[in-house]
Design a protein around this ligand. Structure first.
Ligand code: SF4
Ligand code: SF4
Length: 103
């Protein structure tokens, strides 16, 4: 991990990344390292903060629940990889429609 102060740890089972507020000094190196712009510095605490998958909230990720377009999904990396493989197979089996060309 990018943290020079060893403030970040990842739970091997859930994948959740946790921050140790005693170690974080708000240097923002982790922000530079994250390609997804998912980390920010909390202006009040001056410490890094990011998604913890709502691990402390009953019912799980609230963003998934609240999105009116169902654009968010909570899956494990394994589930996602499996779905990607499934979609690739489906696509490879897709034959062009025999419907007449409207032109
Ligand atoms: S902001 Fe905190 S968590 Fe991020 S690299 Fe610096 S010390 Fe580590
Ligand atoms: S609401 Fe969504 S983005 Fe925010 S902490 Fe929960 S899971 Fe992460």
């Amino acid at each position: 991990m990018a943290c020079t102060r060893d403030a970040l740890t990842q739970d091997p089972e859930s994948g959740i990344i946790r921050i140790d507020p005693q170690k974080c000094d708000g240097c923002a190196w982790c922000i530079e390292a994250c390609d997804f712009g998912a980390i920010s510095i909390n202006h009040e605490t001056k410490l890094a903060e990011f998604c913890n998958q709502c691990e402390d909230i009953e019912g799980g990720p609230q963003c998934v629940k609240i999105c009116p377009k169902n654009a968010l999904e909570y899956t494990t990396p394994d589930q996602r990889a499996q779905r990607t493989r499934h979609n690739l197979i489906k696509e490879s089996l897709h034959f062009p429609s025999k419907a007449k060309d409207p032109r």
